[in-house]
Design a protein around this ligand. Structure first.
Ligand code: DLL
Length: 433
């Protein structure tokens, strides 16, 4: 398939030109922050750093990190770098505890985010002929609105469906012949089960071709399951509110890692403990700096997402480096009986077992006991209790091979575990340690 471009010049710019552009934008961002934002003024002063000290891209390492805690502490408007007349949109990110983070966009920032999203859509082959059903949450969450603006820019028909209410989603899909879905992986799996329960074969009955799936971590096994059960090509989509939401990094038609738009974001991978830079190819924490943000530029944001840079050129011709699938967060690592476990390792095992359905929960309780509760696949139980016991054993053994400790496994009927409208909550931790 010939790849399509939204902005060919910028997407295929040679590395030297791209890096020169990054440096120019980084310098201008640092200068503006030094003039306008007390938080960064103080951080620069602590280090005796002046904007003129940033002479090369490597000098970015002299800049301070910005953390989740910094953003919370600066709530509501501490990091804003423009006057109120220039603010055009507010999003927030709630995270798990405490105050939300407030993220501001200027009019230009809104346009820019839509433009990056349009690059993403176009590189997967979306055109103005497409009908995009946006099944992400509308509102303070960036997921739906940023995609909405990008898809309108491309010229698609956009259906602002929001999440949930699967009956209505199906009607919209049937009546308006939706071709593209924007959806979280947990809802995609759930929705596939819903279609099956209605006797709908998406390949026969619907017009779906692609799904943009993100906002939560998921595995290759889950991707394949969604592709198989919804009859779509799944493209991985990565973003975060702090960096304007979705559209930060996205898969091209090769589906081998996500191009991160380096003319808009400076990309680093650091050791999550020491904060020291790691070479391309090595897994570590993704750190991002906004290069074009007007209302609220952020330097060296510690995303806590664990990934690696794929530096080799991509067959699609884009020069922006790719990041690998996010395999966890530096802070969602579970430690169970002394063993480090990422929830994704468990998902990977579960989704590769055909008898396993679409939903699961990891429960940690008492004195470090782990229970993995999994739904059975539709039609996965023929009434033979001995088969269930065997399956439970097998799941336990496969999990032990992967995570080195054997959790208790409980099997649940299809569709019986709770589903949330936004991001799935996979881990319930009530341990008293
Ligand atoms: O989830 C933005 C988004 C919306 C991305 C729609 C993609 C699609 P936040 O709510 O701030 O923003 O959550 C950001 O979600 O730091 C990751 O931990 C996780 N995340 C997002 N996309 C992926 C992905 C949006 N494709 C946090 N794979 C990030 C793994 C993801 N994790």
């Amino acid at each position: 398939m010939e790849t399509m471009f939204w902005d060919k010049r910028n997407e295929t710019m040679g590395r030297p030109a791209l890096e020169a552009l990054q440096l120019k934008r980084l310098q201008s961002t640092v200068r503006r922050l030094a003039r306008r934002v007390p938080f960064y003024q103080e951080k620069f002063a602590e280090r005796g750093l002046k904007p003129a000290d940033i002479r090369t891209l490597a000098d970015a390492q002299k800049l301070p990190f910005t953390t989740n805690a910094d953003l919370r502490a600066s709530y509501p408007k501490g990091l804003v770098a423009v006057g109120p007349e220039s603010l055009a949109r507010l999003h927030t990110s709630s995270g798990t505890t405490g105050k939300p983070k407030a993220l501001f966009f200027s009019r230009r920032d809104v346009g820019n985010a839509a433009d990056l999203m349009a690059r993403c859509l176009t590189m997967t082959g979306v055109t103005r002929q497409d009908v995009l059903q946006n099944m992400m949450t509308y509102g303070l969450f960036t997921g739906a609105l940023v995609m909405h603006y990008g898809a309108e820019k491309v010229g698609c028909l956009v259906i602002p469906a929001g999440p949930g209410n699967s009956e209505k989603q199906l009607l919209l899909m049937q009546d308006f012949r939706s071709t593209v879905l924007h959806i979280t992986p947990s809802y995609a799996l759930y929705f596939a089960g819903f279609l099956e329960s209605k006797g709908i074969d998406p390949r026969r009955d619907l017009a779906l071709r692609k799904a943009f799936v993100g906002a939560e971590p998921y595995t290759e096994e889950t991707r394949r399951k969604i592709e198989r059960t919804l009859g779509v090509e799944v493209y991985n989509s990565y973003g975060l509110s702090e960096m304007s939401g979705p559209g930060v990094a996205f898969e091209c038609a090769q589906k081998r890692g996500m191009h991160l738009w380096e003319d808009n974001y400076l990309l680093e991978i650091v050791d999550p403990k020491s904060g020291q830079p790691l070479p391309d190819g090595q897994r570590g924490e993704l750190v991002l700096t906004t290069l074009c943000r007007e209302a609220m530029p952020i330097l060296r944001y510690r995303t806590r997402d664990i990934t690696a840079v794929i530096a080799r050129p991509c067959a699609c011709g884009r020069t922006h480096r790719r990041i690998d699938r996010i395999t966890g967060r530096s802070d969602d690592m579970l430690i169970v009986r002394g063993v480090n476990i990422y929830p994704q390792q468990i998902e990977q095992v579960l989704m590769a077992i055909p008898e396993v359905g679409r939903n699961y929960v990891i429960q940690l309780e008492g004195l470090d006991e782990m229970t993995v509760r999994v739904e059975l696949a539709e039609g996965g139980f023929d009434g033979q209790v001995s088969r269930l016991a065997r399956l439970r054993e097998e799941i336990g053994a496969r999990l032990r091979a992967e995570i080195l400790t054997k959790p208790k496994v409980e099997l649940a009927p299809p569709g019986s575990l709770p589903v949330s409208e936004g991001k799935a909550k996979r881990v319930i931790d009530t341990r008293k340690l």
